[in-house]
Design a protein around this ligand. Structure first.
Ligand SMILES: Cc1cc2nc3c(=O)[nH]c(=O)nc-3n(C[C@H](O)[C@H](O)[C@H](O)COP(=O)(O)OP(=O)(O)OC[C@H]3O[C@@H](n4cnc5c(N)ncnc54)[C@H](O)[C@@H]3O)c2cc1C
Ligand code: FES
Length: 506
């Protein structure tokens, strides 16, 4: 365990996805090497194992402990950045294909949990889009029109099961779903192992290379896994320095769970149209226990360090809508990668033939991960997929050029921080449990003092391409605003694209 791994835990975290997974202790040769064991990596590995490929999955932590352990698991076929926007950026045909592919992902999850007999609380539910504060901005009308343009089944309805919302207009989308994400991953992991696939935990992949006719992954422990194909499913790609990272941006997002009595709200997925937005659903807790899971209050990673305020907003929003809500049980945060055209990047890594990448979840990473499994399986097994153009990682998103410039402005602004003063002028001013950027001579230090008084000093320069990290006091880690790397207080890389730890200081 890294110092700093006392990060927040989610409602799901008590489920151990693959207790028997062990670190890699020898060189391996397989057909497909997958790095990353979240919904994307395990779904890809499961499909390929089913298709008769020898697969190995490698993860730097325990299996399924990445962002999938922090999700709220709404399984939706709609675009959460709105179909009216997606049509404007990619046209009607691709917007329709987006809907079809995300719907196919939900159908597939339903089929897999049935075939593998995974008890993961999967339910088909309607999804409701609604304005949660006074005054409408026309979003419902625009989305109704967009849905009709591309043939999505949606109906207008009035009234939601929330206090004061008995006549509020909403859009009702049929055929959405939800489940317990880690129970589902547990079933996938078992399915992979039953078909001869190997799961390696606590093994950091440092390098992904394409060789003549194959691929090679080198791990920090020195062992090498070779294969015919590689899939990089690390949420934020560790094998790409720039190409994809300039087309997506990391956002920190927050979630909470509360106890709730059965019958207070109807089982469903509820999404408001606010900015930042909120979304809510129910989760059975076993027996008479039920939870309400609420999420939202996103902001660009590293832009602010005000988690308590975000949780206060989520609590106030939830209790305003559901005054009978019970006690809070969990609060946690995580990160999503927002692409400039709202569609993930799934397919061949730019410049590679045999290396695939899955990223750009856009807050819909659960279905994106399953789309990736179907798309990559079809390309490897059958040579092509009808979804390749839509999700093509090397596509140019020219019409979203404003967003492209805005996302890259983060990096430009960030480099200017190197010449600004530190947040503290001396590490002596750091209290117990506090982290801050401190200037020492010409160097910026990411400094943290633990409750015992031990001081951790690391370079503040992110090991991806050198942006300046920011302190996250909720998760007690260093977040990089440029492309989403996270580091523990001892410098260990916790989230890609960075692979290597923050440099130690002499
Ligand atoms: C609070 C929150 C709410 C969300 N709500 C929803 C929702 O309602 N619906 C939805 O569809 N999506 C939602 N999302 C998004 C969704 O959860 C994610 O997009 C999805 O789980 C990402 O899955 P993944 O497999 O790509 O990544 P991960 O689950 O993060 O898996 C990547 C894995 O790669 C490993 N890794 C990284 N680097 C290396 C390395 N160098 N070597 C070896 N292993 C490495 C990591 O340890 C990790 O386990 C939410 C996300 C958050 C944080
Ligand atoms: S994540 Fe790219 S520079 Fe830090």
């Amino acid at each position: 365990m890294n110092v700093g791994d006392e990060r927040t835990v989610s409602l799901w975290a008590s489920v151990n996805v693959a207790p028997d997974a062990v670190p890699l202790t020898r060189d391996e040769q397989v057909d497909v090497v997958v790095v990353g064991s979240g919904i994307a990596g395990l779904s890809v590995a499961y499909e390929l194992a089913l298709a008769g490929q020898r697969v190995a999955v490698i993860d730097r932590g325990s299996i399924g402990s990445g962002m999938t352990a922090r999700t709220t698991a709404h399984l939706t076929s709609i675009c959460d950045d709105y179909f009216s926007e997606l049509i404007a950026l990619r046209g009607r045909q691709l917007a329709r294909l987006f809907y079809e592919s995300q719907s196919a992902a939900i159908d597939h999850i339903q089929a897999v949990q049935e075939t593998e007999a995974i008890a993961c609380d999967f339910r088909r539910l309607p999804g409701f889009l609604f304005p949660s504060s006074a005054g409408q901005d026309g979003t419902l009308e625009r989305e109704l029109d967009a849905a009709r343009q591309i043939g999505i089944a949606v109906e207008r309805t009035d009234g939601l099961p929330f206090e004061g919302f008995s006549t509020t207009p909403a859009l009702r989308y049929a055929g959405q779903a939800t489940f317990h994400p880690l129970k589902y991953l547990q079933g996938l992991a078992a399915g992979i192992q039953r078909r001869g696939g190997a799961l390696y935990s606590d093994t950091v992949v440092e390098k992904v290379e394409e060789t003549s006719g194959g691929v090679r992954m080198t791990t920090a422990s020195g062992f090498v896994v070779t294969g015919i194909w590689a899939v990089v499913a690390t949420n934020s790609p560790i094998n790409d320095r720039v190409a994809i990272h300039t087309k997506q941006a990391p956002y920190r997002t927050y979630a909470m769970s509360f106890e709730i009595r059965a019958g207070i709200i109807a089982d469903g997925l509820y999404w408001d149209t606010e900015d930042p937005y909120h979304y809510v659903r129910l989760q059975p807790g076993g027996g008479e226990r039920h939870f309400l899971v609420v999420g939202g209050e996103d902001h660009k990673t590293g832009a602010v360090d005000d988690a308590e305020e975000r949780f206060a907003n989520l609590t106030a929003w939830s209790r305003r809508l559901i005054p009978d809500l019970g006690a809070e049980t969990h609060r946690w945060s995580g990160q999503v990668m927002e692409t400039t055209d709202y569609v993930g990047f799934i397919g061949r890594n730019p410049g590679n033939e045999r290396v695939f990448v899955v990223t750009g979840d856009s807050g819909e990473g659960m279905t994106h991960g399953v789309v990736a499994a179907l798309l990559i399986r079809d390309v490897i097994v059958n040579g092509s997929s009808s979804w390749q153009e839509l999700y093509e990682p090397s596509r140019k998103t020219t019409r979203a050029i404003g967003d492209y410039l805005r996302e890259n402005a983060t990096a430009i602004r960030n480099f200017a921080e190197y010449i600004a003063p530190g947040e503290l002028d001396s590490v002596e001013k750091l209290g117990p449990g506090e982290g801050a950027i401190v200037r020492e001579g010409l160097t910026k230090i990411a400094a943290f003092r633990d409750e015992d008084g031990t001081l951790y000093k690391r370079s503040a320069s992110c090991t991806h391409i050198g942006c300046h990290v920011h302190w996250n006091s909720l998760e007690r880690c260093w977040d990089c605003p440029c492309h989403g790397s996270h580091f523990a207080v001892d410098g260990t890389a916790l989230n890609g694209p960075a692979v290597f730890p923050l440099a130690g200081l002499v």
